[in-house]
Write a protein that binds this ligand. Structure first.
Ligand SMILES: [Zn+2]
Length: 132
């Protein structure tokens, strides 16, 4: 199987696909990741994104919602319940859309780092065999 380029790898994570083959699903539920890929049997148990995706989601949601809220506050002198409902809905939509995507990207980056570490270890081992 070929080594995917970084944009391909990030896209696979973004759409929730296996970073190795791009075919299997990364998640079996909204945020619950599969233990292994159903197509290429890539083991995902070592790749835990922990709190990183939540932080990225908060950062991106803030950058989307706050300018909208400031723009609405500038033009609407008396923001009412409708404005508040819109901003809460926008915030929740951003979180629900961005959280699994950022988790997929995190897992893809973790997979890439593990692959590069394994490749450098195999290169190191092969150069040691050549020297001895
Ligand atoms: Zn796969």
């Amino acid at each position: 199987m070929e080594n995917p380029t970084l944009p391909t790898l990030l896209w696979r994570g973004f759409i929730g696909r296996c970073p190795h083959c791009g075919q299997g699903a990364l998640f079996c539920a909204y945020l619950k990741q599969n233990d292994a890929c159903l197509y290429c049997s890539q083991d995902f148990t070592a790749f835990r994104a922990e709190d990183g995706p939540a932080w990225v989601t908060i950062l991106l949601t803030g950058h989307i919602v706050i300018p909208v809220a400031l723009g609405m506050a500038r033009h609407d002198t008396d923001p009412g319940t409708g404005t508040l409902c819109f901003l809460i809905t926008l915030t929740l939509a951003c979180v629900f859309i961005l959280l699994p995507r950022s988790k997929g990207v995190f897992i893809a980056v973790l997979w890439l780092l593990a692959r590069k570490r394994a490749q450098s270890l195999s290169l190191l081992n092969s150069s040691e065999k050549i020297q001895s």
